[in-house]
Write a protein that binds this ligand. Structure first.
Ligand code: HAS
Ligand code: CU
Length: 541
């Protein structure tokens, strides 16, 4: 079951995602050029902050949310072999989310929402920005409901059977996102929209930052889960082997979803509004949530090893050379894992309180998340697009060679972009600045790195254009009669026979999340209502 209507739904979402992506790439390149200070004519604080806010919102919220929704719809129909439940509702969700994007884009592009993608008060944007962001989230909630309904309907109709792994991951992500987005929804509805409309005069930034921290960590796993889904359900097959362990995969998704939530204070280590004991609690959880990534790394590499050995690889590392490096999915996963080594290492540094003090609010953090988000995660979105586009449009991929070059250049560009950021952070360069005017020997030492960033950005921009070109050409190619490729999911090495119910269901995990959230965020949020606080006036538009 996978008719034209479902394909249209999936590809429409994905096109919004990639349209946002290419605009954001252009803005990104402008930003590294502006920041470098090499072109004084371009220097403009106001344009820079409007640009970086738009870039962040497009990449972090629009590209991701729309991609995840489109991918989820397609996964649900192909794995469950059912049409999307309530397609009309799905389209309503799409249009609500898209309207939200337009409403947010207008103030962003006109400099009335230069509040960055984290929009921390007391800077305040035009109300249209917050209302737009809310609609985007509401649209995504529609997706969550549809995914969870399809998941539970299928379970009811197929008692005792294992939900296909890709659908299990998608449903876990839908559950995760409902929990995740609640924090920022509370902040926007009760604090930011009333302030931006003038209904209240002051805002409590401490409460706002706490609510945002609720969202800020799990949102990164909402972005990551589709990439891990591809690792587990596409990669082993594309590489010519088997999934090393399906049970491990399920466990990884569950631990990711459960432990992503109660740990957001690692973004607030240097903030005064939460006490150190709470920060310690969240720090411990942060180290726990690194485990499913280690498990994922292990399972995926083991699956690749199986593939390499089946293809004749010998010796300790001989299997690596035997992998099909010219298969975009396989190449992407290798590059993705390579970026994960240092991106994840940076995350562990961030999560360690004392070291966080050294790198917090410096360019190091931008380096960390570009490497692990724009690198590790997004390169898998590209691989998914190359894999799905032919299936969605019923035509072969326009150019596999171009796809391979695109993946390599994305990896190289991202390395050249983010290595200097890590160094600059250690050299004391603040993040989120347009230009630094201390003008002493310190800033002089930044210069070579800033030059590198411009080149890294240029390579990335070229790479992004190649992606869009390839997808457009694939779609516009004349229809071929004999195109009959089908989506293929990886088989586990040992078939899943008896699966413990909790590796096949989310109810228990949902309850555990509720308890963990009550413990980790209950008092830290309630305290604001017990103590005397002094609100800040909004500053902005
Ligand atoms: Fe992070 C800040 C901690 C993962 C995204 N992170 C951010 C921000 C973003 C972000 C966007 O604790 C900025 C927010 C802002 O604007 O303020 N992060 C972590 C930790 C992890 C982590 C502990 N982050 C991610 C992922 C993201 C993401 C994933 C997006 C998708 N992050 C932090 C902290 C901050 C932070 C603090 C706040 C910093 C501050 O001060 O503001 C972990 O989940 C990472 C675990 C990963 C590993 C890596 C294991 C490596 C493997 C690779 C093996 C491969 C091999 C190669 C051997 C431990 C599995 C094989 C090769 C072959 C050829 C086969
Ligand atoms: Cu985090």
């Amino acid at each position: 079951m996978n008719d034209a209507a479902e394909r249209k739904l999936a590809i429409s979402h994905m096109w919004v995602a990639f349209a946002a992506f290419i605009v954001a790439c252009l803005l990104g390149e402008y930003q590294v050029i502006e920041r470098s200070g090499f072109f004084p004519a371009l220097d403009s604080n106001s344009v820079y902050f409007a640009s970086v806010s738009t870039h962040g919102v497009l990449m972090a919220f629009v590209l991701t949310t729309f991609f995840i929704m489109g991918f989820g719809y397609y996964i649900a129909t192909t794995t469950l072999k059912q049409p999307v439940w309530n397609k009309q509702l799905a389209w309503i969700g799409f249009w609500v989310a898209l309207t939200g994007v337009v409403l947010a884009a207008i103030p962003l592009l006109t400099g009335k929402a230069s509040v960055l993608y984290t929009f921390y008060p007391p800077i305040v944007a035009h109300a249209s920005f917050y209302i737009g962001a809310t609609l985007l989230v509401v649209g995504s909630w529609v997706w969550c409901v549809i995914m969870l309904v399809m998941f539970s309907q299928w379970k009811k109709a197929n008692p005792g059977q294992a939900v296909p792994l890709a659908m299990f991951a998608t449903a876990a992500n839908a559950m995760l996102w409902l929990w995740t987005s609640a924090g920022v929804a509370l902040e926007v509805l009760f604090q930011l929209i009333p302030l931006s409309l003038g209904w209240i005069d002051t805002i409590d930034p401490g409460l706002a930052r706490t609510l945002f921290a609720w969202t800020l960590h799990p949102i990164v796993y909402f972005w990551l889960i589709p990439a891990y889904t591809a690792y587990y359900v596409f990669v082993p097959k594309q590489a010519g082997g088997y999934l090393f362990s399906e049970e491990m995969a399920r466990l990884a998704f569950i631990v990711l979803a459960v432990f992503a939530l109660p740990i957001g204070f690692h973004h607030l280590y240097m903030d005064p509004e939460q006490a150190k004991g709470w920060k310690l609690l969240h720090a411990i959880g942060t180290f726990v949530v690194a485990l499913p990534t280690l498990v994922t790394g292990f399972t995926v590499i083991a699956s690749l090893e199986i593939a390499g050995r089946l293809r004749g690889g010998k010796g300790l590392f001989g299997w690596i050379g035997k992998l099909p490096w010219t298969n975009p999915m396989t190449l992407a996963v290798i590059l993705s894992l390579l970026m994960l080594i240092f991106g994840g290492f940076g995350g562990i540094v961030n999560a360690s309180y004392a070291m966080n003090a050294m790198v917090h609010n410096t360019a190091w953090v931008s380096g960390h998340f570009h490497l692990i988000f724009a690198g590790t995660t997004i390169i898998m979105y590209f691989a998914i697009a190359y894999y799905l586009w032919p299936l969605l449009v019923g035509k072969p991929l326009f150019s596999r060679t171009m796809a391979l070059v695109q993946l390599w250049t994305w990896f190289i560009g991202m390395t050249i972009l983010t290595t200097p950021w890590h160094v600059l952070g250690l050299l004391g360069q603040p993040r989120r600045i347009s230009s630094v005017v201390y003008n002493n020997l310190l800033t002089l030492s930044w210069k070579p790195y800033e030059l590198m960033m411009i080149f890294g950005g240029l390579i990335l921009l070229g790479s992004a254009c190649a992606l869009i070109y390839n997808l457009v050409k694939t779609q516009l190619a004349p229809t071929t009669e004999n195109f009959s490729e089908q989506i293929e999911f990886a088989e586990p090495l040992r078939p899943v026979t008896a699966l413990p119910e909790h590796l096949n269901d989310l109810k228990l995990w949902n309850k555990i999340i509720a308890v963990l959230m009550a413990i980790s965020f209950g008092y830290p949020i309630l305290q604001f209502f017990f103590m005397e606080t002094f609100g800040s006036n909004g500053w902005g538009y």
